[in-house]
Design a protein around this ligand. Structure first.
Ligand code: ATP
Ligand code: MG
Length: 499
């Protein structure tokens, strides 16, 4: 029997200049996976923060099993049995896995002293349950992004929660880890817990969710059973209209080679990587998480140092030892991780967007505010960034909108070669189509684009050629007309080799 566990009634949350949520009703039942769906900035994470005591609502009330509750702090919500995996990482990197997992709800011995032995053992059990090969004593800073994310998941499970809220939990996970997460979600559901699941990926929503609620611009739009709904119906509720083509690839004339990479190696990451990129071309890079694609791009952009191989730009061999040099050569790189390498969260949007061009817009060391504004408006609007104004700090934006700031910043540099690493990760379906259209237009105008993506439809839909990587080397290169999901997946999983 499903029963209502948490009810939000007429909730509003206002920030300066923005109604993040208004008149929102939301009901969560036990034994159900409930998808919370909406565009970037729709108010999903804000609602999560209200349900977990991180934010106080401006208006409205929360009922838990029928009685009104007030979550004044995150601790209150946790004590009431609400656990969450937040969209933005919240780990203490200098502490161990165990210390992080039990932060805020330490286990104690009878006398009151902390029981580290029990906490360590519990941590080990949680890690085993998630099939993670991580030592409980490892410091978080020594873990990769995906592993950190799995530890966040373990932390949420460590609280014996009735309701587990997951805000875009899969965005940093590999396919295998996503499968593990699904297993856990199904287990929780069988145990009669309630789960709220947020994702911009419809395949995930249709795989794991039973029910959905859609928000748009901070307002409740509608809800329904996943099994009896279609992607088109849900998209229409999200966006308020039907969407055009997701992958509006323009046929562009492929020009001369601009970048020729030969035998590039970085021990431990990739080996003997060779490919050629042409003017007007979109060259897709597909592979499983960890295949070495990002490391290759970081090396070309001068962040990591190659140990072997040559990089030829417009017919001349170059040695790029820093991102600054790469930028001077006309290369732009949109990194995968917006939190660590992307937007500077404590800085305004206009500063963020114009940062790579700071020398250009500050003749004689004085910032030309007008130029700054023009650039910000042009590219901010192109990327459909949703913000109160261009002066607010990047950390007041929703996760997806922060990602758009990073895109706008690099597109504004007007590069010859644009390297995009998972450019639409965390970006909603409508903006995704807009990004695809924009990239396609820029390629048609002569830009050479490298598109690294773990989303197969994106690579198949947008790329002229696809370089498939497997465990650090190029396993196959396929032309647009010969590539399909079967041969690309085979090459990415190491089952088919050859050029
Ligand atoms: N601390 C804050 N200060 C000011 N505005 C904020 C703050 N947090 C969120 N907002 C605003 O509230 C709105 C809703 O943001 P929220 O993060 O809830 O969106 P979201 O639905 O989670 O989007 P995404 O899919 O991009 O993660 C946005 O317009 C955002 O800019
Ligand atoms: Mg969010």
């Amino acid at each position: 029997m499903k029963k209502t566990i948490l009810e939000l009634k007429d909730i509003a949350k206002y920030f300066p200049g923005i109604k993040a949520l208004d008149n929102v009703d939301f009901t969560i039942r036990t034994g159900e996976v409930h998808a919370l769906i909406g565009e970037n900035g729709a108010g999903k994470s804000t609602l999560v923060k209200i349900m977990t005591g991180v934010y106080q609502p401006t208006k409205g009330k929360i009922l838990m099993e029928g009685s009104e509750v007030h979550f004044g702090t995150a601790h209150d919500a946790q004590a009431a049995g609400v656990a969450a995996i937040h969209q933005e990482a919240s780990m203490f990197t200098e502490l161990t896995v165990t210390e992080n997992i039990f932060m805020g709800h330490h286990l104690r011995k009878k006398g009151g002293t902390l029981d580290w032995k029990a906490m360590r053992q519990h941590t080990q059990e949680l890690l085993d349950r998630l099939e993670l090969d991580i030592n409980p004593d490892t410091l978080i800073k020594n873990l990769g992004t995906a592993q950190r994310h799995m530890v966040e998941i373990a932390k949420a499970l460590s609280v014996d929660a009735q309701l587990v809220i997951m805000d875009e939990p899969t965005s940093a996970l590999s396919l295998h880890e996503v499968e593990e997460l699904y297993k856990i979600i199904r287990q929780l559901k069988d145990e009669g817990k309630a789960i709220v699941f947020i994702s911009h990926k419809f395949d995930e929503i249709f795989e794991i969710c039973d029910y959905f609620t859609v928000f748009r611009d901070g307002q409740y739009i509608g809800e329904g059973e996943v099994a009896t709904s279609s992607v088109d119906e849900i998209v229409k509720m999200m966006v308020g209209r039907s969407l055009g083509h997701m992958f509006p690839k323009k046929e562009a004339a492929i020009g001369e080679a601009v970048l020729d990479v030969k035998g590039l190696s970085l021990p431990g990451f990739f080996k003997n990587v060779s490919f050629t990129l042409h003017k007007g071309e979109i060259l897709g890079f597909f592979g499983l998480v960890g295949a070495g694609r990002s490391e290759v791009m970081r090396t070309i952009f001068g962040i990591d140092k190659k140990s072997e191989g040559t990089i030829v730009l417009n017919g001349h061999e170059i040695h790029i030892s820093s991102p600054r040099l790469a930028m001077q050569r006309g290369i732009a790189y949109v990194p995968e991780d917006r939190q660590e390498q992307g937007a500077i969260l404590e800085m305004s949007l206009s500063h963020n967007i114009t940062l790579p061009q700071i020398d250009k817009i500050s003749p004689f060391g004085v910032l030309n505010k007008k130029t700054e504004k023009t650039i910000t408006e042009e590219f901010g609007n192109k990327m459909e960034i949703k913000a109160a104004n261009w002066k607010v700090n990047a950390n007041t934006l929703s996760g997806g909108n922060q990602q758009k700031v990073v895109l706008a910043k690099w597109l504004a540099t007007d590069p010859d070669i644009l390297i995009l690493d998972e450019p639409t990760k965390g970006i909603d379906v409508a903006t995704k189509a807009a990004v695809h259209e924009f990239v396609s237009e820029m390629a048609a105008a002569g830009l050479a684009v490298i598109l690294v993506s773990s989303e197969l439809p994106e690579v198949l839909g947008m790329a002229d050629r696809i370089v498939v990587m497997h465990e650090g080397h190029v396993s196959k290169v396929l032309n647009r007309d010969e590539a399909n999901s079967d041969n690309v997946i085979l090459a990415a999983t190491g089952h088919e080799e050859g050029m």
